[in-house]
Write a protein of this length. Structure first.
Length: 270
């Protein structure tokens, strides 16, 4: 059993099983008894001493705060590795929490699809693991396995040739300041929901993103970084539209000649 908002015991068992190490072997590595380790993992020890907290923090390369307050089994493998490399749970550019995600039984990242029905509630539910768990998921073996991807719907004609009703496949950006200028991105905003635009990165200088449409009928506008909840970099897009034949200039001239011949033949009959 664990107290509210204290995930320590559950995290210890999860991390040990993730490493595929027995309680006896881990106890030897930490220089504690197996009985003590078992009591910590099952929550029988309600108030671990500081020395034990430090042992686990050093061994798993995670901060004590993370071990206590973050529900690690809900995270994907990529996020765990980022935390172990010293990544902060509050990424640069925003007071953003750890990305809610879904994983396969062998701890690999899913590609979640934000459907049109789910789109309206994403800005409110993006940080809720239960909301994310309800999204359809896909496995796309062609995508890089060391990055996190998600699919979002495109609305309107501001980003032609990516048409209304298409889905963009995008990569999660934890550090917004490294996004290169001119990069198409899905930006999750507080007030405007899901926005797909070409981004000019002005975070360091002005604390804003310049949002640009590919369709020149739409004017660029500034978006304060304080309005941004998540930022996803464009990778590719998917559509179920039928392919249209491409008309070459030679093919067009041929059609014109056929029309001329038909008109000439018709005039001779009159």
């Amino acid at each position: 059993m664990r107290t509210q908002n204290n995930f320590f015991a559950n995290n210890l068992g999860f991390l040990r099983n993730r490493m595929k190490i027995s309680q006896q072997d881990l106890a030897c590595k930490l220089n504690i008894t197996r009985k003590k380790l078992s009591a910590l993992e099952t929550g029988q020890t309600r108030n671990p001493i500081v020395e034990d907290l430090m042992r686990f923090s050093d061994f798993y390369r995670l901060t004590i705060d993370t071990l206590l307050s973050v529900d690690l089994p809900r995270l994907g493998e990529l996020q765990l590795q980022e935390l172990q490399r010293g990544g902060d749970i509050y990424p640069r550019g925003t007071k953003l929490r750890i990305l809610a995600t879904t994983i396969t039984p062998d701890n690999k990242e899913h590609v979640e699809m934000v459907t049109l029905k789910a789109k309206a509630g994403y800005s409110a539910g993006y940080g809720d693991p239960d909301y994310i768990a309800q999204l359809p998921v896909f496995h796309m073996p062609q995508l890089p396995k060391d990055r996190k991807f998600r699919m979002f719907p495109v609305s309107g004609d501001s980003m032609l040739p990516v048409r209304n009703g298409s889905y963009v496949i995008v990569e999660y950006m934890q550090d917004w300041t490294v996004v290169k200028c001119g990069t198409p991105c899905v930006v999750i905003t507080k007030n405007d929901g899901i926005v797909f635009k070409v981004v000019e990165n002005k975070i360091e200088a002005e604390g804003t993103l310049l949002m640009i449409s590919l369709n020149p009928a739409y004017k660029p506008y500034e978006l304060s970084v304080n309005e941004v909840l998540e930022l996803w970099k464009y990778h590719s897009y998917w559509t179920d539209e039928e392919l249209e034949p491409v008309t070459t200039s030679g093919h067009l001239l041929q059609k014109i000649e056929e029309v001329h011949r038909e008109l000439k033949a018709l005039s001779q009959k009159l």
